[in-house]
Design a protein around this ligand. Structure first.
Ligand SMILES: Nc1ncnc2c1ncn2[C@@H]1O[C@H](COP(=O)(O)OP(=O)(O)OP(=O)(O)O)[C@@H](O)[C@H]1O
Length: 367
């Protein structure tokens, strides 16, 4: 299978990172260093440059304190051709370019990276909104149309909420028609995608050594068939609350392990296994959809103390065409290692003569 390959990553004014260009080879690149060195920030920058996505809501958090703008750039190979993806960040602004031409976020390749993090346990133990965000982010990458319809749906919900709060009950039939159309499409797409996602996640969960079966189901707040009637039936409640109380924005992705809700009953370790299974399923689903293996980013493998899960993470990294693995200790099995120190990265094993040109390239911020 083809693979996306990150040739190099450049950053300027990105969080605590010193301006740099790091090159990556095929196979596993290990990045190690002490807490706070910038390892997570490097993966976050790589994910942003590869996908255009960040889950940070205030973009200025990504800009180095004291600076106004930041910039990340990925030189990558995808579908057999080379391209340059750039992301400029400022206060509340994000600008993307591919090969020098401005594009929208949805125009970047959608299956280019998967990021596994210690805080993925939140997928299991966090609120339904965390699981909805996981599902929506994955499905938006699988289908551009899903992403567009979701944006429209969310905008419609907030406009409808404003109309409810403003006492505009007379306008509800128009808002309801829009919601039922958009929401119905979202629900149907979620149902279809969940079948394959569920299969892949339960296979991964078993591969991780869990003896309890993992099942994914969608706890729907309504259905495409009954949405219009459900809205009508709950109109009084909506008017008194001033918000839309039914629809796919209220769905939950329920995870059951051995028949019990994982969020309520799983141990911390079992929960981490489930979260890892979800990420591996994401990796496989994107590869199936785009016929190309994403770059795998694994943050802090050393936070994973369980030997089985740690081995699984490292095997996963070794089994894909390209992975970047960070840790406070050296990730084993890496072809290349960078040492992270106070926002700087230096090849750990190269002789000094080979270090020339690897750091502090002159870059310009232009957003
Ligand atoms: N916008 C910013 N400007 C400057 N520094 C920042 C900014 N955002 C975060 N930092 C700093 O970056 C550092 C965190 O880096 P990061 O989370 O990448 O560390 P890490 O190497 O992954 O550490 P750990 O091993 O603890 O996970 C912190 O010291 C934080 O204060």
């Amino acid at each position: 299978m083809n693979a996306v390959r990150l040739e190099s990553l450049s950053t300027l004014n990105y969080r605590n990172l010193a301006p740099c260009t790091l090159r990556f080879g095929a196979g596993v690149t290990g990045v190690f260093g002490e807490n706070g060195a910038g390892k997570t920030n490097l993966l976050e920058a790589a994910y942003l440059a590869l996908t255009g996505q960040t889950d940070v809501t205030r973009l200025e958090q990504l800009v180095q304190s004291g600076e106004q703008e930041a910039y990340v750039r990925a030189d990558l190979e995808s579908g057999g051709s080379l391209s340059v993806q750039e992301v400029g960040l400022g206060r509340g602004r994000r600008q993307l370019k591919v090969d020098g031409v401005r594009v929208r976020a949805g125009d970047l390749p959608r299956g280019s990276a998967v990021w596994i993090r210690p805080e993925d346990s939140e997928l299991v133990f966090g609120s339904p909104s965390v699981r909805r965000a996981y599902l929506d982010s994955l499905l938006s990458r699988l289908s551009a149309r899903y992403g567009q319809q979701l944006t429209r749906y969310e905008r419609t919900v907030s406009q409808r909420n404003a109309a409810l709060r403003g006492g505009e009950e007379w306008a509800m039939s128009v808002w309801d028609d829009a919601l039922v159309g958009l929401g119905g499409e979202i629900m149907k797409f979620r149902r279809r995608a969940l079948t394959r996602l569920g299969e892949l996640a339960s296979e991964s969960n078993a591969a991780l050594g869990s003896r309890k079966a993992l099942e994914l189901t969608l706890l729907e707040s309504t259905t495409p068939e009954t949405y219009a009637a459900d809205l009508a039936a709950r109109r009084g409640e909506e008017v008194s609350r001033g918000s839309t109380v039914t629809g796919p924005h209220r769905d939950d992705l329920t995870l059951t392990l051995g028949g019990l809700s994982a969020g309520e009953y799983a141990s911390r370790g079992e929960g981490r296994t489930v979260a890892l299974a979800l990420r591996r399923a994401e990796l496989e689903l994107l590869a199936e959809r785009f016929g190309e293996q994403p770059v795998l980013l694994i943050d802090d493998f050393s936070a994973e103390l369980d030997p089985g899960r740690r081995a699984f993470l490292l095997e996963l990294a070794a089994g894909v065409p390209q992975a970047i693995v960070t840790g406070t200790e050296r990730p084993p099995g890496a072809a290349l290692h960078y040492r992270a120190q106070a926002g700087r990265f230096t090849p750990a094993d190269a002789p000094a003569s080979e270090l020339d040109g690897l750091t502090a390239l002159p870059l310009e911020v232009h957003i």
